[in-house]
Design a protein around this ligand. Structure first.
Ligand code: CP
Ligand code: NVA
Length: 303
């Protein structure tokens, strides 16, 4: 029961390059409107269901606030206090929830669960993070780079750390936006083989973080132990030795290189306090832009 007419946002590749560009420029307009006090509320009486089976600060606050600012509202659903945690099939939940709301945002483990929900949903489904992708974060990251440096096509971006959901989404962004992504991970923590082969034209893979950071315009990292990997933390701290983005690593990048992190960050692990709290870090602007980027996405999918 696929609703082929419904647009979903499960990965960045659900957008064309032109659509992504137009969402990002609309995000700038929506951000400006907040600053000037202009009310833009095209989602009056629209409701977003937000399903979280994993923790969140930024994603929850930005989607909830975004819907309110656009004139609509949101409902928070967790497995603990809904039937989602008691074994109701995803197909049934999708058919029921999507008859009552106008869009659904889901944060969960397996990407296939979001795909299955989307297959049975009558309304747009937005991926608010799975083990494989975090496309909403890329809306914010690309918006932030555009605000501070302009066009990202042709830029050199370094990913230093785990080949995780954020890394996969940066790989998609490299393909859609036409920049080079240098990826440095320890050997056992590379992105998935299928992503490496699909994005081979826009990426360079190494196990040497210095090689990745050299001459970069932007250095990006993320936690070494994502949600669900808490038990592996001690092993990962040891395996990622040498991968901390510190001043020495930033010194290899361009003098005006920027530093990004989706947050939450662990100072002294994947990034030094001097870098994340230093002048090249743009993480707070990046975090705020979750709101503006997702408002533009919601308007694109719903208005
Ligand atoms: N970056 C991000 O998605 O943060 P949360 O886990 O707090 O939502
Ligand atoms: N890679 C991290 C991102 C958190 C926003 C995780 O999945 O936990």
């Amino acid at each position: 029961m696929t609703n082929s007419n419904v647009r979903h946002f499960l990965t960045l590749m659900d957008l064309s390059s032109a659509e992504l560009k137009s969402i990002l420029s609309r995000a700038v307009e929506l951000k400006t409107a907040i600053a000037t006090g202009d009310v833009i509320a095209p989602l009056s009486r629209k409701t977003l269901a937000m399903i979280f089976t994993k923790s969140s600060t930024r994603t929850r606050v930005s989607f909830d606030t975004g819907m309110r600012q656009l004139g609509g509202g949101s409902i928070f659903l967790s497995p603990n206090d809904s039937q989602l945690g008691r074994g109701e099939p995803i197909e049934d939940s999708a058919r029921v929830i999507s008859r009552m709301v106008d869009a659904v945002m889901i944060r969960t483990d397996e990407h296939q669960q979001v795909e299955l929900f989307a297959e049975y949903s009558a309304v747009p489904v937005i991926n608010g993070l799975t083990d494989d992708f975090h496309p909403c974060q890329l809306l914010a990251d690309l918006l932030t780079f555009a605000e501070l440096r302009g066009e990202i096509s042709g830029a050199k971006v370094a990913w230093v750390g785990d080949g995780n959901n954020m890394c996969h989404s940066w790989m998609n962004a490299a393909e859609l936006c036409g920049f080079t992504l240098n990826i440095a991970t320890p050997k056992d923590y590379q992105p998935s083989a299928s992503m490496i082969s699909a994005r081979s034209a826009s990426i360079m893979i190494t196990s040497d973080p210095k090689e990745a950071a050299a001459d970069a315009d932007l250095v990006v990292t993320d936690t070494w132990a994502s949600m669900g990997q808490e038990d592996e933390k001690a092993k990962r701290v040891s395996d990622f030795n040498g991968f901390c983005v510190d001043d020495a690593m930033m010194a290899l990048a361009h003098d005006d290189a920027l530093f990004m992190h989706c947050l939450p960050a662990y100072r002294g692990m994947e990034v030094s306090a001097s870098v994340i709290d230093g002048p090249q870090s743009i993480v707070w602007q990046e975090a705020e832009n979750r709101l503006h980027g997702q408002k533009a996405l919601l308007e694109f999918l719903l208005a």
